[in-house]
Design a protein around this ligand. Structure first.
Ligand SMILES: *Cc1c(COP(=O)(O)O)cnc(C)c1O
Length: 221
């Protein structure tokens, strides 16, 4: 075991501890490896994680294209339709499906793709996501297009601290139950306790596992 392996395993144990103390049972940890090298992905895999989360299409293509990987890659960044083709051979779950044009492109390039519908709760520009009221229609569209909709995903607000995320998280959980879907991807390093308390089934954790992210060079974006 390398030092990185040990460090990630130790930090993962701490994250699982936080989840347990918040009352979470059976909550999956998706390690967010954006801007970190493939060694971070392997470390998370060896620590027991079955998939990693990535945000940038070019980075995904560069990081995983030449390697046979035994773990899944969830795309959690804002997704442009013209990037789907590049991601199709690599990505196993698309977590940020938020509009009909993206549903159509996925149905064309990745028939039956496993997806989550991203719900906008933070009310912030630039994070993507479908308005809560429009999600049932998007769900119908995605099902009709043959996508395998597994659940919902949301990103809490950047400002206001973890508690600011609670009302939005609660509303998304209620919608998940209404749609009778199993997967709810919500909560990150700073707000995972609130997310777990509000019924998250998967937290997306980057800095708590890998430390502060190096700045993203413009060419991988
Ligand atoms: C970067 C990112 C994360 C992880 O954030 P941390 O605060 O480092 O845990 C989770 N979800 C999304 C959508 C992200 O972009």
């Amino acid at each position: 075991m390398s030092t990185l392996d040990e460090q990630v395993a130790e930090r993962l144990a701490h994250v699982r501890d936080r989840i347990a103390r918040a009352g979470g049972v059976g909550v999956t940890v998706l390690p967010v490896t954006k801007t970190f090298g493939i060694d971070a992905c392997w470390a998370a895999h060896r620590a027991g994680c079955t998939a990693v989360g990535e945000n940038y299409a070019q980075e995904v293509a560069a990081k995983f294209a030449d390697t046979a990987i035994p773990f899944g890659v969830h795309f959690i960044g804002q997704l442009q339709t013209n990037k789907v083709r590049m991601l199709a051979p690599i990505v196993t779950v698309y977590e940020t499906v938020d509009r009909p044009s993206l549903v159509a492109e996925l149905a064309k390039r990745v028939p039956g793709a496993r997806v989550l519908l991203q719900v906008s709760t933070a009310g912030e520009e630039g994070k993507g996501g479908c308005a809560l009221v429009d999600v049932p229609a998007l769900f119908d569209t995605a099902c009709a297009a043959g996508l395998a909709v597994q659940g919902l995903m949301t990103v809490g607000p950047t400002d206001g601290g973890p508690e600011a995320a609670r009302p939005g998280f609660r509303a998304v959980r209620a919608l998940l139950d209404r749609l009778a879907l199993p997967v709810l991807s919500m909560g990150m390093t700073d707000d995972l306790e609130v997310a777990v308390q509000e019924g998250s089934t998967q937290v997306r954790v980057g800095s708590a596992l890998f430390g502060a992210r190096p700045p993203l060079s413009t060419q991988v974006r």
